[in-house]
Ligand binder design. Structure first.
Ligand code: KG4
Ligand code: ZN
Length: 345
């Protein structure tokens, strides 16, 4: 099944041609992140305006790079939500229009299902259900026990900030550019992760939930205390970044370990979403899993928002649900996690 998939839920404008949910014939991503590097985050209207200009050139490039025309497509897919409404509308209106003109079926995909499907892209070996998936991005942080591509249970989620958001807010406190994840990872390279003792959130709570706002507040107070002592945070930037990154990762790993104790039937662990690009997190998880397979997207560009993951999710939905995957869908800025798989049997 050859799908042209669009993803425009945040500031990226992405299109990809994906075969059978795994082979990526093309993946084109235009981003306006540069424009927001000093504003601390995305400005929604500005992002949507840039996406209006970018969407058709990006689609044309994806078809060209895949060496196909629209006649060769079996279906279109698009992120239906959650995300920034203006940005989502650019993608879904374009997809609806092209699907009608080209007479192709259209599959609406929950953004999180896209991330959850990203581990299959360009992978030759199969993945095995049931599996535990940690999806951590700028908008959500969730632990899923997945029984199939379109079936799973939510074990826990963040009670406040998302993990990526905690990286972004921490970076902003350290005057590092947006997006904060890569900025903090870069600054942390030469730092000591034990220099500043940040707390381990929810350490004594029997829950698979997450909480990151306390770490962000701890960082704020640490910076204030340093300044009160006449020490510029910039002078210990590497140690601050390394300690903060370590604390965020330790919390994520701690929750995965707990979930595995409760669900030993999970045959492998998947790490997806923008934060899965973090190599410290990957190393800490590999260490903690003690031989149980850890899978993350095969390319860094499949960790952060991209069209290919939406194409993968759409193909697997069609494989498991047949034509029910083509059901009418609405475009929505907020969608509950219960909608991730669409209708479950
Ligand atoms: O999945 P994504 O591209 O967009 C959303 O769905 O939100 O995730 C973006 C988030 C941002 O918060 C960014 O700071 C974070 O992922 N991120 C990282 C890294 N690369 C991106 N966080 C930690 N380490 C990274 N290397
Ligand atoms: Zn995302």
């Amino acid at each position: 099944m050859r799908i042209l998939a669009l993803e425009t839920s945040c500031d990226e404008t992405a299109a990809a041609v994906v075969e059978n949910g795994t082979a990526v014939s093309s993946s084109v991503i235009a981003t306006s992140k540069e424009a927001f590097s000093h504003s601390g985050g995305v400005i929604p209207e500005s992002a949507a305006r840039q996406q209006i200009a970018a969407i058709h050139p990006v689609i044309d490039a994806a078809l060209r790079e895949a060496h196909v025309t629209h006649e060769a497509l079996d279906a279109l897919a698009v992120t239906r939500g959650p995300g920034l409404l203006g940005s989502l509308l650019v993608g879904t209106m374009t997809a609806r229009t092209l699907a009608a003109l080209w007479k192709k079926p259209l599959i609406g995909v929950h953004h999180t299902l896209g991330h959850l499907s990203s581990t299959w892209l360009e992978r030759n070996e199969p993945c095995f259900f049931p599996l535990l998936a940690l999806s951590a991005s700028g908008g959500h942080t969730e632990l899923w026990l997945r029984h199939a591509h379109t079936k799973g249970e939510l074990l826990g989620q963040t009670r406040d900030d998302a993990a990526g958001e905690a990286f972004d807010k921490g970076a902003s406190l350290l005057a590092l550019p947006y997006p904060g994840g890569p900025s903090i990872a870069r600054a942390a390279t030469s730092g000591n992760p034990k220099a500043f003792p940040f707390p381990l959130p929810l350490a004594h709570e029997e829950t698979s939930d997450f909480s990151f706002s306390g770490l962000k507040t701890a960082m704020k107070y640490t910076v204030q205390e340093l300044e009160a002592q006449g020490i510029a945070p910039a002078d210990c930037l590497a140690d601050l970044a390394a300690s903060y990154q370590h604390a965020l990762c330790r919390h994520l790993v701690d929750r995965v370990e707990r979930a595995l104790r409760l669900h030993p039937e999970a045959r492998e662990v998947h790490l997806v979403g923008g934060v899965s690009a973090n190599t410290t997190l990957r190393s800490l998880l590999i260490e903690a899993l003690d031989g149980r397979p850890l899978l993350f997207p095969t390319r860094f560009e499949f960790c952060t928002d991209n069209g290919a993951m939406i194409g993968a999710a759409a193909a697997f939905s069609f494989a498991e649900k047949g034509k029910r995957a083509f059901r009418h869908f609405t475009t929505a800025a907020s969608l509950p996690s219960t909608d991730v798989f669409g209708e479950q049997d």
